[in-house]
Design a protein around this ligand. Structure first.
Ligand code: PEP
Ligand code: MG
Length: 766
């Protein structure tokens, strides 16, 4: 058994032994790229550890009979397992190898374990890479600035223990993985103390243009990643390696390592501020490495790099998957004469082909295998696991904001909704190509891009993006998407939907109330909000209170008792229901209050579907009853999504709001009288209709005068034409879908510049 392997001893075929992260680092090291040196404590070592210490039986015993849907029990049992792993001493035969490896690493980096033990990062590297990253691998721990042999061993055990977080355990159970067979490796790698760092694209990440783009900033990468500094930007020709363009930006602050590890922000010394960060010869050297890495992987790369003592390091490299994703022009069928068999709305961008599986009943979900195209009338919360497996999703019903649309966007799966007859036209076993840029479905594998493409990651970590005066936020519905959402670098969450979070319990919130189990409801809400609010901390996260229509979640436990309404869209939902059945909203307020006590104080409350200021007043009273004081403890705002709220916005301002956000999905539906989910009338659903714009314009003007923050969280916040309009109207923030944040940020940036230019021209001509 190999307890420890060095990076250059492994490659991409060794995932079972060293996990995905380890295999990637190995692949790069072996190919001769300058990755910071390190080794991997193998998954074999982990298995040996749990076997020899008797932990294996103990863990199996603890997990016996576990119902992972019993959240409390799951949390309790997994915490016990983690405690067991962390408190069991490392076996001497493993410890000695890990210590030796660390000592050798110390020598390799020109130091010594005795004199000056080096800082390392210890990262989990999961061996079951086909489980969705955000919900599984990404949950496992990473520790930076670990120092000394004993600390390394402790942290390796912490990584192992992280295999048994409640969430990872839940997912394994749901996906049918054997808990005892999934292993975990731990990567131990030198921490680079970078004087300059940044990113490099070996092709333009959006247009695909064949040039090397390098962004560089002083200190460590975090400041660039978070957008806090504007990096230098260099463009290099891919063949001649001539530097084509250099844009040097002034940098005032940088992040450096503190004396005991950890990062801290310091001022850049004045003489360095306006200097070019990376000298010309390093720019060229880096570009050359970039081209080699691209050649190695056969695909354009998004690379993280750093320089320490004049030496360049490659920290990470991954395929650029964003190319063309934003050019809605690109089509699966471009250049072919195939005719689509179905037309619908392009609800979540992407393209894929796969085998059709028509789902008419929940019991058929297991038919959907990885890479299939899921076809159904309309998706429901219990279909989410099957949706995650699908290469694409096609529905009969729904508009841009139906369940299928929201969930697919967050999962990054192409989806075409509202085709009216997908379940009739398509049959099990048909192979189809879904072009979800255009909302078309073709029979067979069509076009050059029609090859099977599984779930694509459309969001790359956004680094060095433009800072805009108008904030660009993101909408989140599922806590599982929090990580992807945060990676967009958005300025906060402008809409955190409660519905998907609560219904993930499999139960309707009213069920908890009816069965006297509101404590569990509080826990579920807390858990969902915590996941998102932590990822964004300290940026604001506006939690919108429960707003499901009575027909939406009927198949959940307790959903069968929901009243039958002729017109649920105009019925018992939003704040009006919350006030009729206050136990639900009270539970939500309690959750927010208890999170505040944990230190999570970046959550705001947003009330949906208000038509009268009394509703706002009553909601505030309910919040106070549980000890959550509006405006003091928590920002309180409303959605403007009824013409009543828009026309009488003064009344709400008088009652007191910190912010408002346009719910253009409902505002458009109610202003134009067009059902947002009815495929037959979608062509009339136009958020840019002058009547809707007039309402929005009036509200923004009124709110600005009163000093109330304005935002938009309806689907139209992801549409460039609407966003340009809103920027001109003076909106304070835009909240877009995850897949649109980057594009929208560009649109906002441009429009703001255009406004400034126009103003400058006007003053010149005066
Ligand atoms: C809206 O109406 O625009 C909105 C964001 O809320 P929902 O889509 O949940 O109705
Ligand atoms: Mg709404």
């Amino acid at each position: 058994m190999k307890v420890v392997v060095w990076f250059n001893e492994v490659g991409k075929e060794d995932i079972a032994l060293v996990g995905g992260k380890g295999a990637n680092l190995g692949e790069m090291a072996r190919a001769g790229f300058p990755v910071p040196p390190g080794f991997i404590v193998t998954s074999d070592a982990y298995f040996y550890f749990i076997e020899q210490t008797g932990l294996k039986e103990k863990i199996a015993e603890i997990l016996k009979g576990l119902d992972v849907d019993d959240t409390e029990d799951l949390e309790r049992r997994t915490a016990e397992i983690r405690r067991l792993i962390e408190s069991t001493p490392m076996l001497p035969e493993l410890a000695v190898e890990i210590k030796n490896a660390y000592a050798r690493l110390a020598e390799l980096v020109g130091s010594s374990v005795f004199r000056d033990p080096p800082f390392v990062a210890v990262r989990s590297s999961a061996t079951a890479e086909d489980l969705p990253e955000a919900s599984f691998a990404g949950q496992q721990a990473t520790f930076i600035y670990v120092k000394g042999p004993d600390a390394v061993i402790e942290h390796v055990k912490k990584c192992w223990a992280s295999l048994f977080t409640a969430r990872a355990t839940y997912y394994r159970a749901k996906k049918g993985f054997d808990h005892m067979k999934v292993g975990l490796a731990a990567v131990v790698q030198k921490m680079v103390d970078s004087e300059v760092s940044g990113i490099m694209f070996t092709a333009h990440p959006v247009t695909g243009e064949q040039k090397i783009i390098i962004e560089a900033g002083w200190g460590q990468g975090e400041a660039i990643v978070s957008g806090a500094v504007t990096p230098d930007r260099y463009i290099v020709d891919k063949n001649s390696f001539q530097i084509l363009e250099k844009k040097v930006s002034e940098q005032k602050v940088m992040i450096v390592r503190g004396p005991d590890g950890g990062s801290r922000e310091v001022e850049v010394p004045p003489e360095m501020r306006a200097k070019q960060k990376l000298p010309d010869d390093k720019i060229v050297a880096l570009a050359k490495i970039g081209v080699k890495i691209e050649e190695h992987y056969g695909h354009p790369q998004d690379i993280e790099w750093a320089m320490e003592n004049g030496k360049l390091y490659i920290l990470q490299s991954r395929n650029i998957t964003t190319i063309g994703k934003f050019s809605e022009m690109r089509s699966a069928a471009e250049g072919t004469d195939a005719a689509p068999v179905l037309k619908g709305l392009p609800a979540s961008p992407g393209y894929a082909s796969g085998t059709v599986k028509v789902i008419r009943d929940i019991s058929e979900l297991s038919k959907v295998q990885k890479g299939d195209v899921l076809v159904t009338t309309m998706t429901t919360p219990d279909m989410v696991p099957a949706m995650e497996r699908a290469a694409a999703i096609v529905t009969d019903e729904g508009g841009m904001t139906c369940h299928a649309a929201i969930v697919s966007r967050e999962l990054g799966i192409p989806a075409v909704v509202g085709t009216e007859k997908a379940t009739e036209v398509l049959k099990d076993g048909d192979v189809v190509t879904v072009d979800a840029y255009k909302g078309l479905v073709y029979k067979g594998v069509v076009g050059e891009t029609g090859r099977e493409e599984k779930k694509v990651e459309v969001v790359r970590p956004c680094r060095g993006h433009h800072i805009t005066a108008t904030m660009v936020k993101v909408n989140v519905a599922m806590p599982e998407a929090a990580e992807r959402a945060a990676r967009t670098g958005a300025d906060g969450v402008g809409l955190l939907r409660a519905e998907h979070m609560i219904t993930a319990t499999g139960k309707h919130p009213a069920w908890f109330v009816r069965n006297g189990r509101t404590d569990e409801l509080v826990e579920a809400v807390k858990k969902g909000i915590r996941t998102v609010a932590e990822k964004f901390y300290p940026k604001p996260v506006w939690y919108r209170t429960f707003d499901a229509r009575t027909d939406e979640f009927r198949n959940l436990q307790g959903g069968e008792e929901e009243p039958e309404e002729d017109n649920p869209m105009l019925g018992w939902h939003g704040i009006r229901r919350s006030l009729d059945q206050p136990e639900i909203i009270t539970a939500e307020f309690r959750a927010i209050k208890e999170l505040r006590e944990e230190g999570i104080d970046n959550v705001g409350v947003m009330l949906p579907f208000v038509i009268h200021p009394d509703e706002l007043l009553r909601a505030k009273e309910l919040a106070m009853e549980v000890g959550l004081v509006p405006h003091r403890d928590v920002d309180f705002g409303i959605m403007v999504e009824t013409p009543a709220a828009a026309l009488r916005i003064d009344d709400f301002i008088d009652e007191g709001i910190d912010f408002l956000s346009f719910g253009t999905n409902d505002l458009t539906q109610l202003t134009l009288g067009v059902d947002r989910n009815n495929a037959l009338v979608q062509k009339h659903f136009d958020e840019m209709h002058p009547a809707v714009i007039d309402l929005i314009s009036y509200v923004i003007t009124t709110a600005r005068e009163a000093g109330v923050e304005t935002s938009i969280c309806g689907q139209a916040g992801s549409y460039p034409s609407m966003v340009r309009r809103l920027v001109r109207l003076g909106i304070d923030s835009i909240s877009a879908n995850i897949d649109a944040v980057q594009k929208i940020r560009e649109v906002v940036y441009r429009e703001e510049r255009r406004l400034m230019l126009e103003a400058a021209r006007r003053s010149l001509s005066e």
